[in-house]
Design a protein around this ligand. Structure first.
Ligand code: MF3
Ligand code: CO
Length: 249
């Protein structure tokens, strides 16, 4: 069941979204060679606490951290650790969500650590562009497949592949609400988009094949062929005048 949000609720999601954006901006600055990835978790918790907010991922189905940190071939749900140290040339996905006053916002950036390869840099750029292609289609009257297809076409045209096994989602009182928002699909198919829908749109784009597998920790998702993967996400409201990004600064 899709829960439509009124203006007041969208404003609350936006309040959460601003904190998410602030945390991610801080994470981006921190993403330097030599940093242990646990530091992202510590800093994200500190800022979240300062706002009296709740980290939405912590303990979600047992997830052990406040933030997902996904390095290189890790697609999503990487767990920060004391032992994992960032090095020059890595790319790192930082996925974070909070709940404030009952409403959740969820966003992801992927960033380079120092200087990265041409291929890695193109993957980051293409994935972020794909997200914005999807956001541009988040308009009343369009179908979900229009949005999904826009994301897929851009990524594949650039020679990359779209992850199938994980998708975006509605967001509101819960981190994951209906509808599922795939990053692949056909124009003119799927539900009609309506004013009041709030969607977490989150393309995961792989350098090589789209197949993924889950490691023994039951969380970390990696590419099967060990190619790089990038991930960008915004929480977006569909308003009478078009898409409104709720996780921007
Ligand atoms: N942005 C991710 C998602 O929508 C974050 C969830 S991680 C989890 O699925 F640990 F909370 F599951
Ligand atoms: Co999400």
């Amino acid at each position: 069941m899709i829960i439509l949000k009124n203006e007041e609720e969208i404003k609350k999601i936006g309040d959460s979204g601003k904190i998410v954006a602030e945390v991610l901006a801080k994470m981006k600055e921190m993403a330097q060679p030599g940093l242990a990835t646990i530091r992202f978790d510590e800093e994200a918790r500190r800022i979240t606490k300062g706002y009296g907010a709740r980290a939405a991922f912590l303990d979600y189905h047992g997830y052990p951290s406040s933030i997902c940190v996904s390095v290189n071939e890790v697609v999503v749900h990487g767990i920060p650790s004391r032992k994992q140290i960032l090095k020059e040339g890595d790319i790192v996905g930082l996925d974070f969500g909070i709940e404030l006053h009952g409403y959740v916002a969820d966003a992801t950036i992927s960033v380079p650590v120092g200087k990265v390869s041409e291929k890695a840099s193109r993957l980051l750029k293409t994935t972020e562009e794909s997200l914005f292609m999807g956001i541009a289609m988040a308009r009343r009257g369009n179908r979900l497949g229009d949005l999904s297809s826009a994301i897929q076409v851009h990524a594949e045209r650039s020679g990359f592949s779209i992850v199938r096994d994980f998708v975006g989602h509605g967001v509101g009182r819960q981190l994951h609400e209906d509808p599922m928002v795939p990053n692949y699909g056909k124009p003119g198919t799927g539900i009609k988009l309506e004013v009041g829908m709030v969607l977490a749109i989150e393309p995961m784009v792989n350098e090589k094949g789209y197949e993924v597998e889950v490691l023994n920790d039951d969380w970390t998702v990696v590419t099967k062929d060990k190619g790089l993967s990038a991930h960008f996400e915004h929480t977006v409201a569909i308003t009478p005048t078009g898409p409104m990004i709720l996780t921007a600064l």
